[in-house]
Ligand binder design. Structure first.
Ligand code: 9YT
Length: 133
């Protein structure tokens, strides 16, 4: 059994930030679950351009208001508490936070820990991910 709390992740090596977001990584590859699960906060006004070429991601909004845009089709969806989106086709997308967003994110394969987006908005493949510095 694994039991962790957000409080113990905050400020630990599993608390990862990049411009516009802060990802509290509750479960990672080392936990052996086959997925990773994060409690992610996105700053009000942030516009994140992402394309997870090596991962599937599902994102469940629990706080805040924003907008999701498919960069493949131009389709747009409002994001609000109770809405989930799943990037089942590695969809290139933009997430705009109108207010501070709090999102529960699940990645398959699991992140190993310190990943941040590369220039294409992707995370490195799981066997390639390295801790920075
Ligand atoms: C919603 C989203 O994809 N935000 C970027 C951060 C990422 N989900 C993470 O590492 O938690």
């Amino acid at each position: 059994m694994i039991v962790r709390t957000l409080a113990e992740v905050i400020g630990s090596e599993d608390d990862v930030s990049a411009p516009g977001w802060n990802s509290r990584r509750l479960l990672l590859a080392r936990h052996g679950m086959g997925f990773s699960m994060h409690d992610t906060v996105i700053e009000a006004g942030a516009e994140l351009v992402m394309h997870y070429r090596h991962h599937l991601e599902a994102v469940y909004c629990v706080e805040g208001e924003g907008e999701l845009v498919s960069r493949a089709t131009g389709e747009r969806w409002p994001i609000a508490p109770g809405t989930i989106y799943a990037l089942d086709e590695h969809d290139p997308h933009v997430l705009r936070a109108r207010t501070r967003l709090r999102m529960i994110c699940v990645f398959d394969p699991p992140l190993t820990g310190r990943e941040v987006h590369d220039a294409q908005g992707a995370y490195a493949p799981a066997d390639d991910a390295k801790a920075p510095g």
